[in-house]
Design a protein around this ligand. Structure first.
Ligand code: Z5A
Length: 207
């Protein structure tokens, strides 16, 4: 069995990850690729419970180390029960956020040590890394405006603009560090143009 490909979508609030994940799923299915769509934090029963704890705006204050550990606890479950089995069966896994989000939010946004994140990444993932990461990038105000139209803000979305600027910078640093894996997609353009840029990156993988 040929192992499937692991594709992650990343970017700040409201840049269009969820919208474009559905589009990529449809595109791959048209090409007869078996696809599993999932998200982080989440993707399993336990990991979705952790997601709820992380996003809930009314809970007690969550310390920065607790937030980081909860995210990696959810990820460990997600890898074991969803991502690895799907890849082993030859499905392509499309995941809404993964560990680049941890470098961006907990590293960039919360100033957690990068060496600690790396240590947890190796512990929880072993050698698993995405084959391709699509980084949707847009000015922070544009993403927040789009997200605001959609629903009430959760615990992360209630942060200050400066937090999201740090997150965006940290994502762009990930791009610089991993240019072979991460591809930048300008999200501040009409959806049809975003989607043709996505196809340009994904289509070569089908060969
Ligand atoms: N988090 C973390 O801290 N550390 C980690 O390691 C991980 C996550 C994995 C939950 O993520 C939170 O978890 C997240 C970081 C933290 N922070 N927050 N909040 P999430 O992915 O569930 O939350 P999100 O970033 O807020 O996603 P989102 O709000 O669902 O945004 P999106 O998926 O990128 O956007 P969308 O829903 O597809 O689009 C938003 C709106 O814009 C919608 O109405 C679209 O129709 C519209 N849209 C999309 N594209 C366009 C274009 N091109 N033009 C015009 N309008 C558009």
């Amino acid at each position: 069995m040929i192992r499937g490909k692991f594709i992650t979508l990343e970017g700040g609030e409201g840049v269009g990850k969820t919208t474009n994940l559905a589009f990529i799923k449809g595109y791959l299915q048209q090409h007869n690729v078996p696809v599993v769509v999932t998200r982080e934090p989440g993707g399993t029963v336990l990991a979705e419970k952790i997601r709820h704890l992380l996003l809930d705006n009314d809970s007690e204050t969550i310390s920065e180390p607790a937030e980081l550990l909860l995210i990696f606890a959810a990820r460990a479950q997600h890898i074991k029960h969803v991502i690895e089995p799907a890849l082993a069966q030859g499905a392509w896994v499309l995941c809404d956020r993964f560990t680049d989000a941890t470098y961006a939010y907990q590293g960039g946004g919360r100033n957690m040590r990068i060496s600690t994140i790396e240590w947890l990444e190796n512990l929880v993932q072993g050698s698993l890394r995405p084959d391709l990461t699509l980084l949707l990038d847009a000015p922070v105000e544009i993403g927040l405006e789009r997200a605001q139209k959609r629903a009430a803000f959760d615990r992360f979305e209630s942060e200050k603009i400066s937090f999201f600027e740090q997150v965006r910078r940290a994502y762009l640093l990930q791009l610089e560090l991993h240019p072979e894996r991460i591809k930048l997609i300008k999200a501040n353009q009409p959806l049809v143009d975003v989607q043709s840029a996505l196809i340009n990156v994904i289509h070569p993988l089908l060969r």
